[in-house]
Design a protein. Structure first.
Length: 187
């Protein structure tokens, strides 16, 4: 009987190791207008959804959340399930050139938009790396002396990973000067 209970506990533990990771990516656009570079720039400044002296033309917001359950098996608290959910939202300006817009302006916009998107994709890549690292480090924690201790250990690990990747994201913005070094400036 005891052997059957241990086998059942082992099967439940192994079944709990099934991984379920969700990634939700969204791109939002805000429309900008103008027939000259100056008009387009003023429109970006006026219509971007966030304001502030150092606000950028585009923005990537991301979060990594975990859901897990723990329970006691054989006197030890073990992880039954562990999931991550990553949400990434990129917000970009979009401009439809009016018929009177110069071809040079349209070409400059296209180069700017491509560079801006490349920069924001770097932020999205950081989010995906953060999620993978949360999965690797926190997902590797399988047991603890109590449910409370196990939960604390997982939570502390997740928070440490996210802090580390927020710092990497800040460094990315410093190195690229928020995309300027990648060509993300208009006009």
């Amino acid at each position: 009987m005891r052997s059957a209970l241990l086998t059942l506990a082992l099967l439940l533990t192994c079944a709990g190791e099934a991984r379920a990771d969700v990634i939700r990516m969204t791109t939002n656009y805000y429309k900008v207008f103008g027939a000259t570079a100056q008009e387009v720039r003023e429109s970006i400044n006026r219509l971007k959804p966030w304001k502030g002296p150092r606000s950028m033309d585009a923005q990537t917001d991301w979060a990594v959340h975990t859901k897990y359950s723990v329970g006691e098996f054989g006197g030890v608290s073990r992880v039954r399930s562990f999931e991550t959910e990553t949400t990434i939202t990129v917000t970009m300006p979009v401009w439809s050139p009016p018929p009177v817009a110069a071809e040079d302006l349209t070409n400059r916009w296209q180069r700017y938009f491509t560079a801006l998107l490349r920069h924001e994709n770097g932020h999205a890549a950081t989010a995906l790396k953060a999620a993978a690292e949360v999965r690797r480090r926190a997902g590797a924690i399988r047991e603890g002396p109590t449910d409370q201790e196990l939960t604390r250990k997982i939570s502390d690990t997740v928070n440490a990973v996210l802090k580390e990747f927020r710092e990497k994201e800040d460094e990315y913005d410093k190195q690229t000067r928020h995309g300027l070094e990648q060509g993300a400036h208009f006009p």
